[in-house]
Design a protein around this ligand. Structure first.
Ligand code: GLC
Length: 536
């Protein structure tokens, strides 16, 4: 089975958010599955727990985990390493010494001659093959998707070029592709091209497409003119009819893919309803059992307090004492009193309305009055944390707001805080809550999407709860959960240690399930393609 991923981000080369982490980890994990021909999850260390994801929802439509539809044969599960990952070569992306480069002529509706030369920069690293599309006019820009003025108006052309260059590169490989795994709207031009431009090229047209939606809020809308910069007139005609008002790339992906998934079962169920479906709920519902959720894994090696070089002292589930040192160091670093035993609540994230920083700003004055301290690390639009910044000015020894993207400080917060906040209005999966549990820092989360799938409220489930869950995306509901958390923290003792330990015991690894679920989905997508491929 030959798997090819196309994405706009992949850590460590290009990342603005969780998408980059997931594309990298998935490429490694799926490739590793292939190396042995089976699940490499091996034996989980004794005492570890599996996340209690509601398995019955993994594929929403069928109620079965990776349910196989009528007539769909099971295929052998060998994923051929290495997996390919196509990525734009944005400004600042540096390829290693061993990378090779070659020029590729790519059909391009924007080019006067009809083709544009791009450079394909290729190298193997981390167990997969990175294939960077280098074309400075498209990708050597200030931002990945836009700048201070908003999204780049030619994103359709830019990501269309990425996808077409990827397909052209695959044609030069002369090895058939079994699965094109496309992440988010930026990769959707690839499935439009498969269906409208490359039907006569079996190396591509035979490929099954799996679409993964990391965030339904971003859909890639193109006006007819923007679509015409991406597709030649005859392709456009096929693609747009009967919808000629423009092109919604994510909708194209949903309607053309063999399988579509999102990154948690909970979010999969939510986006089938109009409230969170952002206009695509009906299109998703039409997929039936071809749509579902697979919970993201967490790279347990990258996120491990026992080996984390950013921490002043390592610690682990077996030897948790170092967490106290991390806490003292963090408090000193922030200018807080390290001897104050009162609760310290941390929050980290992109400054996006989705994340609920404003809800925290609403709850913060009461929390501070109760004696709690807050540390907030966020990058993006600082106006979203105006309220918190003002509070930090007023209470410099109990509220810290850092407007930056600082990987090491983020790690010190996961380790040094007592509680971790994630009041997201919606959350496709979320990674912070898993990291926090791994670092012994119980999370306080809104009951939504992947957060609801991964955190169990300890007041509702005293024996196996792992955090605190608030039922509404309101300041009041968040404050109520924070107060429950703070009061349980204050009681401390074995009860608190047990709560921390249960979170630290969970095996979130890709090998514990998600990698195999993707491999199984690929097999299923292939057999669906075999059945349904239109004869050219
Ligand atoms: C997006 C989602 C986030 C998810 C990540 C990786 O950033 O907002 O919830 O964890 O993608 O799939």
């Amino acid at each position: 089975m030959r798997v090819v991923c196309i994405a706009a981000e992949c850590e460590p080369w290009a990342k603005t958010g969780g998408l980059g982490d997931v594309v990298d980890a998935l490429a490694r994990a799926v490739g590793a599955t292939g190396k042995t021909g089976e699940d490499t999850g091996a034996v989980a260390p004794t005492g570890t727990r599996k996340p209690r994801v509601p398995q019955s929802q993994v594929w929403v439509g069928t109620g079965a985990v990776m349910g196989v539809g009528k007539g769909e044969a099971e295929l052998p599960g060998y994923v051929e390493p290495p997996v390919d990952v196509f990525l734009p070569k944005y400004r600042g992306v540096v390829a290693p010494d061993w990378a090779t480069s070659r020029s590729l002529a790519v059909p391009d509706p924007m080019a006067e001659t009809g083709t544009t030369d791009v450079t394909l920069v290729e190298f193997e690293d981390r167990g997969y093959r990175v294939r960077l599309i280098d074309h400075p006019p498209a990708f050597d820009r200030e931002g990945f998707y836009g700048d201070a003025d908003g999204d780049y108006p030619d994103n359709g052309w830019r990501f269309g070029l990425l996808c077409r260059a990827a397909i052209e590169a695959l044609l030069t490989d002369e090895r058939p592709v079994d699965v094109l795994h496309l992440h988010d709207w930026q990769a959707m031009p690839a499935v439009v091209l498969r269906d409208c431009a490359y039907q006569a090229y079996p190396l591509i047209s035979r490929a099954a497409v799996m679409v993964t939606i990391h965030n339904l809020a971003y859909q890639g809308w193109l006006t007819p003119d923007q679509a015409a910069d991406m597709l030649f007139p005859d392709e456009l005609k096929q693609a747009l009819e009967p919808r000629s008002k423009g092109m919604l790339l994510l909708r194209e992906g949903i309607e053309r893919a063999e399988l579509v998934n999102t990154v948690s079962p909970g979010y999969a169920a939510e986006i089938l309803r109009p409230t969170l479906g952002v206009g695509l709920d009906a299109a998703l519902a039409r997929l039936g059992h071809r749509f579902g959720g697979i919970l993201n894994g967490l790279d347990m090696g990258v996120w491990n307090p026992a080996t984390d070089a950013a921490l002043p002292e390592p610690y682990s589930r077996a030897e948790p004492a170092g967490k106290a040192t991390c806490r003292r160091a963090l408090l000193s670093e922030l200018g807080f009193d390290p001897d104050d035993a009162g609760p310290v609540l941390g929050m980290i994230g992109r400054l996006d309305p989705q994340k609920g920083f404003d809800l925290l700003a609403g709850a913060a004055p009461d929390l501070v009055a109760d004696g709690a301290r807050l540390v907030v690390l966020g990058s993006g639009d600082p106006s979203l944390i105006g309220g918190l910044s003002a509070l930090a000015k007023k209470h410099p020894t109990s509220v810290a707001v850092i407007d930056a993207f600082d990987r090491d400080l983020a790690r010190r917060i996961y380790a040094g805080a007592d509680l971790y906040l994630m009041p997201s209005r919606f959350e496709p999966c979320g990674q912070g809550q898993m990291i926090a549990m791994r670092y012994g820092t119980p999370p306080i989360v809104h009951r939504t999407g992947g957060l609801a799938d991964t955190v169990e409220d300890v007041d509702e489930r005293p024996i196996d709860g792992t955090g605190f869950v608030h039922s509404a995306a309101t300041t009041k509901s968040l404050l109520e959960a924070c107060r429950r958390a703070v009061s349980r923290f204050g009681r401390g003792g074995r009860d608190w240690a047990g709560l921390q330990d249960r979170g630290m015991a969970i095996d979130w690894s890709w090998e514990s399930g998600p990698a195999e679920q993707y491999a199984a989905s690929y097999r299923r997508a292939i057999s669906l393609r075999r059945e349904n491929r239109p004869t050219p």
